[in-house]
Design a protein around this ligand. Sequence first.
Ligand SMILES: Cc1cc2nc3c(=O)[nH]c(=O)nc-3n(C[C@H](O)[C@H](O)[C@H](O)COP(=O)(O)O)c2cc1C
Length: 303
Amino acid sequence: MKKLEVELCGIRMKNPLMLAAGVLGISPSLLKRVADAGAGAVVTKSLGVEQREGFSGPVLVDLGYGLLNAMGLPNPGVREFCRELEEFGEIGVPVVASIYGFSVEEYVEAAAYAERYVDAVELNVSCPHVEKVGVQFGQSPELLREVVEAVRSAIRKPVFVKLTPNVTNIAEMAVIAEDAGADAVVAINTVRGLAINPELRRPELSAVFGGLSGPAIKPIALRCVYEIYQRVNIPVVGCGGVSTWRDAVEFLMAGASAVQIGSAVYYRGVSVFSEISRGLAEFLNSSEFSSVEELVGIAHRST
Ligand SMILES: Cc1cc2nc3c(=O)[nH]c(=O)nc-3n(C[C@H](O)[C@H](O)[C@H](O)COP(=O)(O)O)c2cc1C
C-alpha cells in the first residue's frame, strides 16, 4: 500500500481528506463520528465570540446539482464549544477551529481562545450571506491583511485563511493572506447565489441570497486552486464539490495539499470519507506515484 498520509503545516494527517467547516461540525460528537468514518482531519462549524441563533428557515435548499445555504452562522460561541470539546475528550484526528468575527478584535479574541483546544485555526473571511463577515474581510485587500496579521501575531498555532471566490482575483487575495502571515489558504467558500420558487413567487431562502456548494462549483473551485498554486508558496487546501476520489485527485493535481469535503457528506453520508480514501489508495497503487504528496501540483508541470 502506498502513502496516503500528508503533513499540512506540521499537522500529520492519515489521509488528505478533511471535513469542511459548517457541515456537521457543530458538536464534538459529530466531529468524532466523521473522524471514525475515515476523515484525516475535521474543521468545526464557524465559531464567534458570542453565541448566534442563525437565520430562521428556510436556510438550505437542495438544487440537485448543489446546495444553496444561508444558515446565518449559528453556533454556541467559541467558549462553549471549546468547553464541550474538552469535556468530550479525544476526537482521534487533528481538529481545526473555524473562526469568524465582526471586527478584527473579535477574530483575534476567538482565535486566541480556540487555539488552546485545537491543532489549527481557519479564518472564515468568506461567508457570503452574513453581512460584514464575508464582504467586509474577504473582499477587501486591506481588511484581509489586517485580520490575518492580527491573528498571526496573537497565536502560535497554524493559521489557515479560507478565501471567497466572490472576488475578481482570488489569487491576489491569497498572495495578500500569505504576505500577512497565513500558514495555508483554503479555497473556496461558497459561491454567492439565488434561487426563486415560482409557485411561491419569492426567493427560496429567508435571507434571499445564499452560498452555492456541491458539484456545481467544482470547476470554479478547481480553477481557484490552480490559480492560487501558481502564486503562493504556502500550502493550498482545496474545497468545493468534491464527492469522488477522482475529484480529490483533480484538486491534488491542481495544487491542493489536502482536500475538504462538505456537501458530499449531506448527499452521501459520512461513509464518503472511507470511500474516497479507498479510491485514492487504489489510484496510487495502480500508478507510478508512491505518495499523495507526489500528486500535488503535477497538472502544472504538464502544461
Ligand atoms: C450547510 C452548510 C454550512 C456551511 N457552513 C460554513 C461555516 O460555518 N463556515 C465556513 O467557513 N464554511 C461553511 N460552509 C462552506 C463549506 O465549508 C465549503 O466551503 C463549501 O460548502 C464548498 O464545499 P462543498 O462543495 O464540498 O460543500 C458551509 C456549507 C454548507 C453547505
